[in-house]
Write a protein that binds this ligand. Structure first.
Ligand code: CA
Length: 444
């Protein structure tokens, strides 16, 4: 991971509308009959290393040659689109949940249900349902039906705090079983925001959150949501939603508990968290390798909870799919199964600090070890099992309607427009994009 925090390996909204999806694609690379696969994936340095290692183990175990194409998270979508347009679709490649509908309808990804169900190397009951269900599609809705990919990972987006900062300030540590209310969170954040060396400028802040990746937990726990249940109506123009967005903006504009725009420009809040200047900050599984090296103690807690009293957050995921036109479907599915569920492969990926185990039994053992950071690993599993949700843009044909909310949100964050006014004018624009997406998907 580099500077901007949620370059989550787990976030993949390929803008389906912009894809040149040509129906059929030619076999890639090898001649039919030769045991050779191409595998295209993405990730940071630690992740790249860990996956290359896993793939070479697969090659040894199965006598299959795998050509790796690896990109950064930023470049992946562009390169995959180019491969699809050039009819060079890799045999095996990453997709996000938001890509499933478009890729199925355009014949890019293979229905692997039969292979997986008759497989004796994978036990679906021991893999997080959320992970598998994210790649099911019944022709109308995602989340149910045939399997088009298996999870590379599930990424519970959790919340953390700088324990050392709390101790220095003499503030009681957060209770992992009892989320803060919004008001309590503001109060503690005020106490943490301080000029510690007395030179007249602040040196540490309560928090510093990116609206695009952190608004969801607060909106959901306050009783709001982005869409109605059948995903046909955008519901951001509700009092619950407005109240939450206003509260989020007020963290800076009213309470001053986050770095100002100018301060965040000098050094972004991710870097400030790493330097020990931020009290509360999101923590995801893909951060764990980097955060082992932090110069302070830290742990994971539930997000503060709004009116519902129950914490919420999102769980990301990336899937591994097989090309519809692969010449080696059985070997390709075998590689997918290996990366998703092979015990040794999972152990090494978890050890690399880039993800939590895909296997439920392994995850329980991992979480029970409270001697390594974070001590409260169990929170990640709670999210996956209980209170995590899919990102709103991941369940629809494309995410343009969802992205629209953030496009013009800055005046709200700057205190120049109220959340209520903004949401009232954004809703119709978002609704238009959603209608178009649903029309493309053949819904509504
Ligand atoms: Ca100072």
């Amino acid at each position: 991971m580099k500077k901007s925090r949620p370059m989550a390996a787990t976030l993949a909204f390929v803008a389906a509308a912009g894809l040149m999806l040509g129906g059929c694609s030619a076999p890639t690379g090898a001649e039919a009959g030769e045991k050779k696969l191409t595998f295209m994936f993405r990730g940071g340095e630690d992740e790249k290393k860990a996956y290359e290692q896993a793939v070479s183990q697969f090659e040894k175990d199965n006598g299959v040659d795998v050509d790796i194409i690896v990109t950064t998270a930023d470049q992946y979508t562009t390169k995959l689109k180019a491969a699809i347009a050039g009819k060079q679709v890799p045999d095996v490649f990453y997709i996000g949940p938001g890509d499933v509908q478009a890729y199925v309808q355009n014949g890019i990804v293979k229905d692997i249900t039969e292979y997986v169900e008759k497989s004796d190397t994978i036990d679906l009951d021991n893999i997080w349902e959320y992970g598998v269900d994210s790649y099911r599609f019944d022709g109308k809705l995602t989340g149910q039906g045939a399997i088009y990919a298996l999870p590379k990972d599930v990424g519970p987006f959790s919340f953390g705090y700088n324990k050392t900062m709390f101790e220095k300030a003499g503030i009681p540590l957060p209770d992992k079983d009892k989320p803060y209310t919004f008001d309590q969170f503001v109060d503690i954040s005020k106490k943490l925001t301080a000029d510690t060396n007395g030179d007249g400028s602040l040196d540490q802040w309560g928090t510093g959150l990116n609206v695009q990746w952190n608004l969801q937990p607060f909106v959901w726990s306050n009783g709001g949501d982005w869409l109605n249940e059948d995903r046909t109506k955008v519901t951001v123009d509700t009092p619950e939603f407005a109240e939450t967005l206003q509260w989020f903006a007020d963290l800076q504009n009213v309470h001053g508990v986050t770095p100002s725009v100018a301060e965040a420009q000098t050094l972004d809040t991710y870097q400030r968290w790493m330097k020990g200047e931020i009290g509360f900050f999101p923590i995801a599984p893909w951060d764990l390798s980097t955060y082992q090296k932090l110069g302070f103690d830290w742990d994971v807690i539930p997000y503060p909870a709004g009116k519902t009293g129950k914490p919420a957050t999102w769980t990301g995921t990336l899937g591994i799919a097989v090309s519809e036109n692969t010449q080696h479907p059985e070997d390709a599915v075998k590689l997918v199964e290996f990366l998703t569920a092979n015990k040794e492969a999972q152990e090494s990926l978890v050890k690399a600090g880039i993800q939590i185990p895909n296997l439920k039994d392994m995850a329980e053992t991992w979480a029970a070890d409270t001697t390594t950071k974070p001590a409260n690993k169990a929170e990640f599993l709670e999210i996956v099992k209980d209170y995590g949700r899919a990102l709103p843009g991941g369940n629809t044909y494309n995410a343009e309607w969802y992205d629209e909310l953030f496009t013009n949100i800055q005046p709200v964050l700057d205190g120049k427009q109220t959340a209520k006014d903004y949401l009232k004018e954004a809703q119709p624009r978002m609704q238009q994009f959603l209608d178009a997406a649903n029309q493309q998907a053949g819904i509504g």
